[in-house]
Design a protein. Sequence first.
Length: 253
Amino acid sequence: MPLPTPYVQAAPGCLAGGNSWEHPTEWLLRGHGWRDASTIDYHTLLASPDGSLHVGLDRQGAWTWSLHATDPAGRHWTATLGAHLPVEYVTALVETMLRPGTRHRPDILSPLSAAGWTTDADPDATAAVSPDWLVRFAQENVAGPSPHAWHAACTVDGYTWWTAAFTAHTPPRLVAASTRSLAGPDPLPRMAIGIPMYRCGPHTRRTQTAFGWDDEQALHEARIAEARRHRLSSAPASRLPPSTVRPTPARVR
């Protein structure tokens, strides 16, 4: 019997790597009832049941996630996320995307300030920089009535591991979900192989853990089951489609 693959708890989370891209896609397909709208190989595109929300993953070249929708005023927005951004952070954005909006406008940089990030004195942007100076999260200072775009980058020794970009009109609550994830102090479980990522050794902390592949899959399946239970309990009984009675996993390209 082969030995189980060792896992570690990796911190900071921004350097833990992306992990399995199928976790958020299966969670949406099997848990939330999204449909696979992919049309070409190596490009996954998922659509919400009403077709108003989309999550894509371009699995060629640099690999990038994209979240996009149109707001109630008819303005299109997109969030583009690098594949080395942890899938836990991507899922946090998608979870926020699924929830109805409120009138409350969050202070986007406040989670970072509370976590010890510092303000970057840049006349062209309102920015915060992580205590280790690896991540910069900024909003462009551009004159005009439209909301300004936000962007972030994680750079180690001149190499950019991931970027995140939010176009104008991206709901502020989604951008705030990203800063909350980055500000979180908790390490992320990862297979020990490949951690730390290249050049990141001096900046990455690893601790042994009893957590393993079976535990990761169990948590993944539990999240899917919880999402499915919530979806079925929220749907009017008379309108439940047959597929919600006996759900089957959808194939992701």
